[in-house]
Design a protein around this ligand. Structure first.
Ligand code: GLN
Length: 202
């Protein structure tokens, strides 16, 4: 893996610092992206967890919505966690009517799917392509993936509790998304997978 791989973290809202740190620990040259000019300078992008309606609004205001869509169309690797997963979905359920996404993964996600009363919880998730024990996944007002179109790889599902079987990690080509927040735990395996994907794409 090249140490010069430039990975941006969309820094409009959300847990930007945690992703920057995780990416740096995985050997990437991580930097915040707030402007179209900064987007031009990165090889790959992370869309953090936060609030997808706010990220959507700010992406329009900061004139990043169309540029990110274009880069996705041109094959830029993108990883979205939680709100970032919503931002990569072609279809959003329980979104705001004016909510936009970058689109890219032909899937339908449901916002706050685990129930509004369940603010946050932790559950084990096994991820295909990631060696070792299941992830200790942290979910915070998380979406789940309600359906995927053919061609989208399901990488992980909840394996315990009421939500057993729900899809919470997917990949399509250079796009990766998780409903949970690996940036909030010390487990770097998802970021490592993304950095490797991005290096392979470059
Ligand atoms: N519920 C949030 C949304 O709809 C996502 C929560 C998160 O990223 N932790 O954007």
């Amino acid at each position: 893996m090249s140490v010069s791989l430039r990975v941006g973290v969309l820094a409009l809202q959300g847990d930007v610092r945690e992703h920057l740190r995780a990416l740096t620990e995985c050997g990437a040259a991580a930097r915040p992206v707030r402007r179209p000019g900064e987007l031009d300078q990165v090889d790959a992008l992370v869309v953090p967890g936060g609030e997808s309606t706010t990220i959507s609004k700010l992406a329009v205001e900061f004139e990043l919505l169309e540029p990110v869509r274009k880069r996705i169309g041109a094959g830029m690797p993108v990883y979205g966690s939680c709100a970032g997963m919503i931002m990569l979905a072609d279809e959003i359920l329980d979104g705001r009517p004016d909510q936009q996404s970058f689109t890219g993964i032909p899937m339908t996600v449901r916002r706050n799917a685990f129930g509004r009363q369940v603010d946050s919880f932790e559950a084990p998730v096994a991820i295909d392509g990631v060696d070792g024990p299941p992830f200790h996944a942290v979910f915070i007002r998380a979406p789940w993936v309600e359906r995927v179109e053919p061609g989208v790889e399901v990488l992980g599902r909840v394996v315990a509790g009421e939500a057993t079987g729900r899809i919470v990690a997917v990949r399509q080509g250079n796009l990766l998304a998780t409903a949970f927040h690996p940036e909030l735990t010390g487990d770097r395996r998802v970021h490592q997978l993304f950095v490797e994907m991005a290096a392979a794409a470059g």
